[in-house]
Design a protein around this ligand. Sequence first.
Ligand SMILES: C[S@@+](CC[C@H](N)C(=O)[O-])C[C@H]1O[C@@H](n2cnc3c(N)ncnc32)[C@H](O)[C@@H]1O
Length: 236
Amino acid sequence: MASTVIKNWDNKTWLSSKDYIESFNNFLIKNIKINSNCKILDIGCGRGKILGSLRSKIKLKEKPLGIDIVNHKDRDKRINFKKINALNLSFRKDQKFDLILIKQTIHLMKFGEIKKLLKILKRSVNPKGKILIFTLDTGKNEIPTFKLMKYKLNKSLNRDKKILRIITDLYPQRIKKKFIFDVKIDKEKYLDMIKKRYISTLIPFSKKQLIEGIQEIKIKYSKVLRFKDKLICIIL
Ligand SMILES: C[S@@+](CC[C@H](N)C(=O)[O-])C[C@H]1O[C@@H](n2cnc3c(N)ncnc32)[C@H](O)[C@@H]1O
């Protein structure tokens, strides 16, 4: 699963909109102590827009580091970037971060890989630093779907529940929060996201399955889609 290549997740979707990024970064600032001296790492940063915008917002002195297995040409220039599999990360003993973000990336890894990654990251976080893991809310998800997509998404959310249990077993002191963003998007635009397989659930679908799903969404939803994009945030 780690080899799944997601290229359109934050490619001009609500997930890369100014509003979303602003609201996400406000959530970070509200929930953890961060200031301009912080050293920040983002695992699976995609195009790095969240990190770049965070750098401007809190006037980070040091460029935050984003890592990803995909190197996007239109990556945010306000960050340092390293193309690497998170599982192969290793840091010098004196290289510690105050904030490590893992946003909507952990579900792409095997259980053993998650344990391994968290171990590596725990070693690389300052004593007062935090690791924040964001993943889709497994309970009350509102992502617009077609039937087959819903089936696969639910399967993946059930797996996410197991991941959350593993993390809780490893770190019983963990704190749980929710980040909720109100999405309003034209159906046409959302269909385009589906065509581009924006979410990992859609990656293995055949062209035919995708076309049928698009037809289903055309019928099922009105011209403008409104829903809540809900994430669980685990703080370690
Ligand atoms: C769903 S996207 C989330 C992107 C970004 N964190 C966000 O929330 O906008 C998942 C990202 O994780 C990256 N990724 C998946 N497995 C990875 C791994 N083992 N190491 C580093 N990056 C990985 C993907 O390439 C993709 O950019």
